[in-house]
Design a protein around this ligand. Structure first.
Ligand code: ASP
Length: 583
C-alpha cells in the first residue's frame, strides 16, 4: 500500500492468518500483562490487537513499554489466530492479532485533555481539540456520512443532467431574510462585498443563461444567532431548473432524499411525500413545519363559544384547543401556561378531565351546558385553549403541540415523516417598517391567477413556494420564480421599493428578466440539517468538521480576532468602540 503500511487495521480476518504485514495507526489502549504487551492499534477502519512478546522481540517490547494512548505506531509482524478464549466477538478483527516483530514509535502524544472514549466531555473542549474528537467513532461516522450523502447527491444530479456551477461567495447582499456578513475591500475603501446568503440570483441567471439545470453544494453565510440547526456558514444542495413546474422540482428532491437514504444503507421513505398547504398546516398544527410523527391536531371551538359568558372566548376572533392525552396536575398546567406565554398567549384556559370523570377548571363555571356538552374532556385528557387572532392562536397551540409531542412521548421511536408544505403566502407584514415584506425571498412567483393580488391584496396573494420538512425540521425551501420583469417589479413595489431603489439593487436582475427569461424554479436543501437528522444527531455541529459555538467563536483557532489598526486603516475602517475583549 505504502512504505508506512501494507493494510489497514480494521480489515484483517481469519483468512489473513500467516501473512506478514506492516500496519500503522494510533495506540487506542495498551495493556501490560506481566511480560506480554497488548496494544490496540486503531485507524479509520477499526482496531487490531498487537501482541508484543519480550522473548521473541525484545526491542519491540522495550518500545511498547513507552507507548501511551494516541501515540502513532508502525508495527510489523505475522497475523496469527487468537487462542479460542481470547477471541473477541465484538471486534471485526477479534479472531486474529498481529504478533509483532518490530515496533516503531512514529509520533508521540502529550497527555490528552480528554480520553476519546470519555462520556460527557464539554463540547467547547471537544471543539478546541477537534483533531482528537475527530478520531472518535462518532465523528468518523458523521464526517463519512457527509461524504456518502454528497456522493449520492452528486450522482443524482449528474444522472439528471444538472451542471455544477461555481458562483461567487463575495457578492451584493442577497435578500434571504438574514443579516449579511460584510467583506471590506482594500482596493476600494469604504465599499463592501456581502458574503452570499445563498446563490439565489446567480442560479436564476444560470437559467436565463440557458444552462437548463444548475446545482452546487453551496456554502451560504447568514449573520443570525446560532442554534442547534444554525451556523453562520452552512451548506445547501442548491439547484435550479428551467421549463419546469412545481412537481418536477419536488420529484427531484424526493429522488435526492431516497438516493441518500439508500447510500446510507437505510430504507428510503415512501414517495411521493405527503403534501399539506400552508393554510392547512397552520390551522391543523399551528406551524409551517409541523412534526407529523404524531397527531394532536388543533380543534376549533370558535362557533361553540361565540356567545360564551367567558369573556375571553366570546370576544376572541378564534378559539381553538388541543386535546392532550393526560389529566394534567396544577403544577403541570402552570408550566404549560408559561410555555403558552412564551409563544404569545396572555394565559392558558383549560378543562381537565379527571380520571374519575370530573371536570376540573376555573373556567367551567362560566361555560353553558351547550358549551360543556361540546367541550367536555374525556377522562384522562386535558383541553388546552388559545383565544385571540388567528396567527397568535396558531403560534401558541403550535408551540404547545411541539412541546407536548416531546414531553408526553407521542413521537413513535424510529418514525420518519417527510412531507411538503405548499402554497405559502407571498408576503407577510413587516414589523420593522410596517409595510409588506417577502415571506421567503422576493423572487417567488405568484400562483396562477394571483398576479393581480400582488398590488391589490398582498396579504392574500399565494406564492408558488414549497418547503420540505423531516420530523418537524425544515430541510429546505424552494419556489417557482418570477420570470417576467413586470411581475418582479410589482413585487418590489409592494415591498415599498421605488423605481430607483429597484434599479440600484436589482437592476441586473430586471435587465436579465427582460432579455428572454425561461420559466424556472428550484430548491435549496439544508445539507447540514439533513445529515444531522440522518445521523440521529441533536444538532448540526456534530456533523460539521469545524463548527462554531453559540457565541459565534471557533474555540480551535480562536477566531474571530481583533486586527491591528494599520490593517484596518488600509481597509478604510476605524473602530467606533473600545477594542473588543481578547479571547
Ligand atoms: N435561496 C433559497 C434559500 O436559500 C432557496 C431557493 O429558493 O431555492 O433558502
Amino acid at each position: 500500500m505504502s512504505r508506512w503500511r501494507d493494510t489497514t487495521c480494521g480489515t484483517l480476518r481469519a483468512d489473513d492468518v500467516g501473512r506478514r504485514l506492516t500496519v500503522a495507526g494510533w495506540a487506542d489502549t495498551r495493556r501490560d500483562h506481566g511480560g506480554l504487551v497488548f496494544v490496540d492499534l486503531r485507524d479509520h477502519t477499526g482496531k487490531l490487537q498487537l501482541v508484543v512478546n519480550p522473548e521473541r522481540a525484545p526491542e519491540a517490547a522495550a518500545a511498547a513499554h513507552h507507548v501511551r494512548n494516541e501515540f502513532v505506531l508502525q508495527a510489523e509482524g505475522e497475523v496469527v489466530r487468537r487462542a479460542p478464549e481470547a477471541v473477541n466477538p465484538n471486534l471485526p478483527t477479534g479472531e486474529v492479532e498481529l504478533r509483532v516483530e518490530t515496533l516503531r514509535i512514529v509520533s508521540r502524544s502529550e497527555p490528552l485533555p480528554f480520553q476519546l472514549d470519555e462520556e460527557g466531555v464539554d463540547e467547547t473542549l471537544r471543539l478546541r481539540y477537534r483533531w482528537l474528537d475527530m478520531r472518535t467513532e462518532r465523528m468518523q461516522r458523521n464526517l463519512r456520512l457527509n461524504h456518502t450523502a454528497i456522493a449520492a447527491l452528486r450522482r443524482v444530479m449528474d444522472e439528471r443532467g444538472f451542471v455544477d456551477v461555481w458562483t461567487p461567495s463575495m457578492t451584493r447582499g442577497t435578500p434571504e431574510g438574514a443579516r449579511d456578513f460584510l467583506v471590506p475591500v482594500r482596493l476600494q475603501p469604504g465599499r463592501f462585498f456581502a458574503l452570499a446568503q445563498s446563490p439565489q440570483l446567480f442560479k436564476q441567471l444560470c437559467m436565463i443563461g440557458g444552462l437548463d439545470r444548475y446545482y452546487q453544494i453551496a456554502t451560504c453565510w447568514r449573520d443570525e444567532d446560532l442554534r442547534a440547526d444554525r451556523q453562520f456558514e452552512f451548506r445547501q444542495l442548491d439547484l435550479e431548473m428551467a421549463f419546469v413546474e412545481r412537481d418536477d422540482v419536488l420529484d427531484v428532491l424526493e429522488a435526492c432524499v431516497a438516493a441518500t437514504f439508500e447510500a446510507a444503507g437505510r430504507e428510503p421513505p415512501a414517495r411521493p411525500f405527503p403534501r399539506l398547504s400552508y393554510a392547512e398546516a397552520m390551522l391543523r398544527y399551528g406551524s409551517d413545519k409541523p412534526d407529523l410523527r404524531f397527531g394532536l391536531e388543533i380543534e376549533d371551538a370558535t362557533e361553540v363559544t361565540r356567545g360564551s359568558e367567558f369573556g375571553v372566548f366570546a370576544g376572541a376572533p378564534v378559539v381553538r384547543y388541543l386535546v392532550a392525552p393526560r389529566a394534567f396536575s396544577r403544577t403541570e398546567l402552570a408550566r404549560l401556561e408559561e410555555i403558552a406565554k412564551e409563544w404569545g398567549a396572555k394565559g392558558l384556559a383549560y378543562l381537565v378531565g379527571d380520571d374519575s370523570g370530573e371536570v376540573r377548571s376555573p373556567i367551567a363555571k362560566f361555560l353553558s351546558e351547550r358549551e360543556l356538552e361540546a367541550l367536555r374532556p374525556e377522562p384522562g385528557t386535558t383541553l388546552l385553549f388559545a383565544a385571540g387572532d388567528e396567527e397568535t392562536v396558531a403560534r401558541v397551540l403550535g408551540g404547545l403541540r411541539t412541546h407536548l409531542g416531546r414531553e408526553l412521548g407521542l413521537v413513535e421511536a424510529g418514525a420518519d415523516v417527510f412531507h411538503w408544505v405548499l402554497d405559502f403566502p407571498l408576503f407577510e407584514h413587516s414589523e420593522e417598517y410596517g409595510g409588506w415584506t417577502f415571506m421567503h425571498h422576493p423572487f417567488t412567483a405568484p400562483a396562477a391567477g394571483e398576479e393581480e393580488r400582488i398590488a391589490t391584496d398582498p396579504p392574500h396573494a399565494i406564492g408558488q413556494h414549497y418547503d420540505l420538512i423531516w420530523n418537524g425540521w425544515e430541510l429546505g425551501s424552494g419556489s417557482i420564480r418570477i420570470h417576467s420583469a413586470e411581475v418582479q417589479q410589482a413585487v418590489f413595489r409592494t415591498m415599498g421599493m421605488g423605481e430607483e431603489e429597484q434599479r440600484s439593487k436589482f437592476g441586473f436582475l430586471l435587465e436579465a428578466l427582460s432579455m428572454g427569461a425561461p420559466p424556472h424554479g428550484g430548491f435549496a436543501l439544508g445539507f447540514d440539517r439533513f445529515i444531522a437528522l440522518l445521523a440521529g444527531e441533536p444538532d448540526i455541529r456534530q456533523v460539521i468538521a469545524f463548527p462554531k459555538v453559540s457565541s459565534g467563536s471557533d474555540p480551535l483557532t480562536g477566531a474571530p480576532t481583533p486586527y491591528p489598526d494599520e490593517a484596518l486603516r488600509e481597509l478604510g475602517i476605524r473602530l467606533a468602540g473600545p477594542e473588543p475583549a481578547k479571547g
